[in-house]
Design a protein around this ligand. Structure first.
Ligand code: ADP
Ligand code: MG
Length: 361
């Protein structure tokens, strides 16, 4: 087990700056998820931690010890990739025990360890089968068992579930989270899937374009995104982002300048920034639909609901302001398309700097 520290980690491939200076401390036994769109530098970061890539700049420390120049084998890390490259003509038991045999572990130790991982991953029935004929989910279980069997300092997982079909992915995700807590191994998990990140992570490291945009536990990143990128990337659908203008004591929504009555307290907070234009963010579940005669003092404005869809127990309704599409989500049936009043729970709204995208409050 180890605490992993990245200090100003950079990696260039020729002219491409894949990782542009990451500072990150991953606590011992923590489950951290590197989340971000394709190409943002997640895999490169992981490969630097394993030692498969040599950084262009910065340092990597395990428990305070500089390992930047160490070879992968010296670091005792285990990595599992999206596509399992297991030997099809070998039996699972042989594949799982390989790291132990390579280390010349005793027969007794190997037997105990196999029993231990087989129990943890519930794979007793697979041990004496050839991996060639196994479905992808079982192969990935074997790859994970092989990764953890030698008690690595750090477990690195690069989109390990993304090649599995939906149902198996859900099950494996649950199992993996559970197992990581038993193993107590420092884990860095890479994904572009925000739902996966939200359900697995102790802490999400949200990346974009080789940099960290925000690092926070899932509920915090959801409730208090640090900028418009985090606001939109997390959540399904993401946070609604409205351009708004403060005019005297009123808030105008969009280019069409629809007037949105909002609480005095928010107006005061916006006024002290001495700006006029903001981006207002609000999650779909804090929107609702009211009748045409919405109550006095509520933050509502007239809109046309142009489509709705049922998602589980929720109904998503879609409307436009200017040419942008926005989404609301309500827990009731019978939401109709057509003219109505869309209302905001303004206590849940966040405001961002229009130029930088950074959260103001
Ligand atoms: N071996 C490589 N040679 C050249 N460019 C690379 C190499 N590996 C990654 N890149 C580039 O570095 C950037 C980050 O890639 P990567 O770390 O794979 O992102 P992610 O895993 O987030 O999708 C991308 O622009 C990618 O094209
Ligand atoms: Mg990748």
């Amino acid at each position: 087990m180890a605490e992993v520290t990245l200090e100003g980690l950079r990696k260039n491939y020729g002219n491409v700056a894949a990782v542009k200076g990451l500072d990150l401390v991953i606590k011992d036994q923590e489950f951290v998820v590197l989340l971000g769109p394709s190409g943002c530098g997640k895999t490169t970061t992981l490969r630097c931690i394993t030692g498969l890539e040599s950084p262009t700049g910065g340092r990597i420390l395990f428990d305070g010890k500089d390992v930047t120049q160490q070879k992968p084998a010296e670091r005792n890390v285990a990595m599992v990739f999206q596509f399992f490259a297991l030997y099809p003509h070998l039996k699972a038991r042989k594949i799982i025990t390989f790291p132990l045999r390579a280390r010349k572990a005793s027969k007794k130790h190997i037997r105990e360890k196999v029993e231990w991982v087989a129990e943890m991953f519930k794979l007793h029935h697979l041990l004496d089968r050839y991996v060639g004929g196994m479905p992808p989910g079982d192969k990935q279980k074997i790859a994970l068992a092989r990764a953890v069997v030698r008690d690595p300092n750090v477990l690195l997982l690069d989109e390990p579930l993304s090649a599995l079909d939906e149902q198996y992915r859900e099950e494996m995700r649950w199992q993996l989270g559970h197992i990581q807590k038993q193993l107590k191994v420092t884990t860095v998990y890479v994904t572009h899937d925000q739902r996966e990140a939200m359900s697995l992570a102790d802490r999400i490291i949200l990346m974009r374009d080789g940099r960290i945009e925000q690092q926070a536990p899932p509920d915090e990143i959801y409730r208090r995104p640090a900028n418009v990128f985090a606001a939109y990337f997390i959540g399904s659908p993401g946070m609604n982002l409205f351009p708004v203008t403060l005019e005297d004591r009123d808030l105008l929504l969009g280019k069409e300048s629809r007037r949105l009555p909002i609480p005095e307290e928010i107006i005061s907070k916006l006024a002290v920034t001495e700006r006029r234009e903001f981006v207002m963010g609000i999650r779909p579940e804090f929107l609702s639909i009211a009748g045409k005669e919405a109550g006095e003092g509520e933050s509502c404005f007239p809109a046309t609901i142009f489509s709705t869809e049922q998602v589980g127990n929720y109904k998503i309704f879609n409307f436009r302001v200017d040419d942008e599409i926005y989404h609301g989500m309500v827990r009731r049936k019978g939401v109709l398309e057509g003219e109505g009043m869309v209302c905001f729970d303004m206590a849940q709204a966040r405001f961002f700097n229009k130029e930088s995208g950074e959260a103001i409050f």
